[in-house]
Design a binder for this molecule. Structure first.
Ligand code: UDP
Length: 459
């Protein structure tokens, strides 16, 4: 009886709470909440556009104000007019991009000296034809707007600074311009635009655009093959598919310091079929010596593109080095990301001298066209030189810590850090105890030696 009335009371309470939940006011509240939630999307999207436009307005107004003497000077030097170049704007609408056209040689020299030829673009930004950050503007005849991918590039205003331009200046242009533009369009926000503006500063300071570079350059007695990433991969894959054993080395500032003390390693570098420039230290050295480096060609960036090319050419890959679980991790990465690539074999890098002949035989019999060796510098490069002729591979190259990255043992620096040439700082933060000397002392010593070479010539 007691239980019965308790049950009834519970039910009544339940009904009351359900009723309360659906009473008119709570239903209204629910509806409003849902409505706000649905329009908050719209609100957020319009805010993003508005803030981007607000940012453009603020930046262009401030810059026009401060640069107005130069704007006026350029305008007079251009015969009191602007040069107008037709460009494709947002949604494919054509607008005139403004610049200066100097009227005589002296005017031209002044404008070039002051680097002010493009500042009238600020007026385009103020008017809303362009943005501070966006894909670079193209001429109306340049691109086929009939292609959907190309058309999507014009969902946003073209920009004075583009992500592609920064990557090219930082020598990271491994994707096409359209790919980078689409990446920007899909991910941009007012905040990321501010990030792009900040990254443009180092790009302006040490970047060089697309330089005409010498094929070979020499830094501290080391001959470097000045190739771009694509040229290097094409050469390496061609050699891997052919007979003849070739050694390839990557050279960064730390390697150059080791070669300075270790003449055997120096001669390995100079006798290698390719010695490729890796990292911001080399780039600065090239700049100091007036010999521009074509691109930052490092093994870690190269690896996925190399795997792709090797699988297209059906060339086998052998991985040698690092701890057993690390090299296994790289093998897993290869299987997962490049299932068509023939992984001819792998072996860890902590073997005894007695085990060595067996490993050499394993590589020789594996049918691999290319061998990557990761023992660290200079051990890997000396090992390759000593065994190259017994290995029966087209190419053997030393790749340092590459296996640690692709096995996931060490995370790689985010792209924005690589864009501003700060990957080394990210690495330093991971292992400060081991790496402070290499980066802070090593890079300073390297650059001061390069500086001495510039002042007093080769040692
Ligand atoms: N390593 C190896 N055998 C050795 C010494 C090192 O396989 O006798 C591996 C080590 O596990 C690491 C790789 O070599 O995965 C690169 O080492 P380190 O980071 O020192 O080289 P770096 O890239 O700095 O030249």
């Amino acid at each position: 009886m007691n239980n019965d009335s308790q049950g009834k009371r519970d039910r009544a309470q339940e009904i009351e709470s359900v009723y309360k939940r659906f009473s008119r006011t709570s239903l209204l509240r629910l509806r409003i909440r849902r409505y706000i939630r649905s329009i908050s999307w719209l609100f957020a999207i319009s805010l993003a556009f508005l803030t981007k436009r607000a940012l453009d307005l603020a930046i262009s107004t401030i810059l026009i104000f401060f640069l107005s003497p130069f704007l006026l000077m350029g305008w007079f030097l251009s015969g009191r007019s602007f040069n107008k170049t037709p460009r494709l704007g947002k949604w494919g609408v054509i607008f005139d991009e403004l610049s200066f056209t100097p009227q005589n040689q002296l005017a031209e020299r002044i404008i070039r000296f002051l680097h002010i030829a493009r500042i009238p673009v600020l007026i385009n930004i103020l008017k809303g034809d362009m943005s501070v950050v966006g894909p670079l503007p193209a001429s109306p005849g340049d691109l086929s707007l009939r292609e959907k991918a190309v058309r999507r590039r014009y969902n946003v205003r073209p920009g004075l600074i583009s992500l592609w331009w920064i990557r090219k200046r930082a020598n990271i242009d491994y994707a096409t311009e359209l790919d980078v533009d689409m990446e920007y369009i899909q991910t941009h926000s007012a905040l990321s635009d501010i990030g792009v503006c900040l990254r443009a500063i180092p790009a302006i300071l040490y970047g060089q655009g697309v330089p005409t570079v010498p094929d070979q350059i020499e830094i501290l007695g080391i001959t470097i093959n000045n190739l771009t990433m694509t040229e290097a991969i094409d050469t390496i894959v061609d050699w891997s598919a052919s007979s003849g054993a070739r050694q390839i080395c990557f050279l960064n500032a730390d390697c150059a310091n080791i070669a300075y003390r270790n003449s055997t390693y120096l001669s390995v570098l100079n006798n290698a079929s390719l010695c490729l420039a890796d990292g911001v230290g080399l780039k600065l050295a090239g700049k100091l010596l007036g010999q521009d480096i074509a691109q930052n060609v490092n093994g870690t960036d190269m690896f996925p593109m190399l795997c792709k090319s090797l699988s297209e050419r059906n060339v086998g890959l052998f991985l040698l080095g690092a701890r057993a679980e690390v090299v296994e991790g790289v093998a897993d990465w290869v299987h997962k990301n490049h299932p068509n690539l023939k992984l001819a074999g792998f072996h860890h890098g902590y073997f005894t001298p007695e085990e060595e002949p067996g490993i050499v035989e394993q590589i020789r019999d594996s049918g691999a066209g290319i061998l990557l060796v990761a023992f660290g510098v200079p051990k890997q490069d000396l090992w390759i030189q000593n065994h190259l002729l017994e290995l029966n591979v087209g190419v053997a190259m030393g790749v340092g810590g590459l296996f640690d990255f692709y096995s996931g043992r060490i995370p790689r620096a985010p792209l924005w850090m690589r864009e501003i040439g700060m990957e080394w700082f990210f690495r330093f933060m991971q292992e400060p105890g081991r790496l402070w000397k290499r980066y802070f002392v090593g890079n300073t010593v390297f650059l001061s030696r390069v500086f001495r070479e510039k002042l007093f010539g080769k040692k």
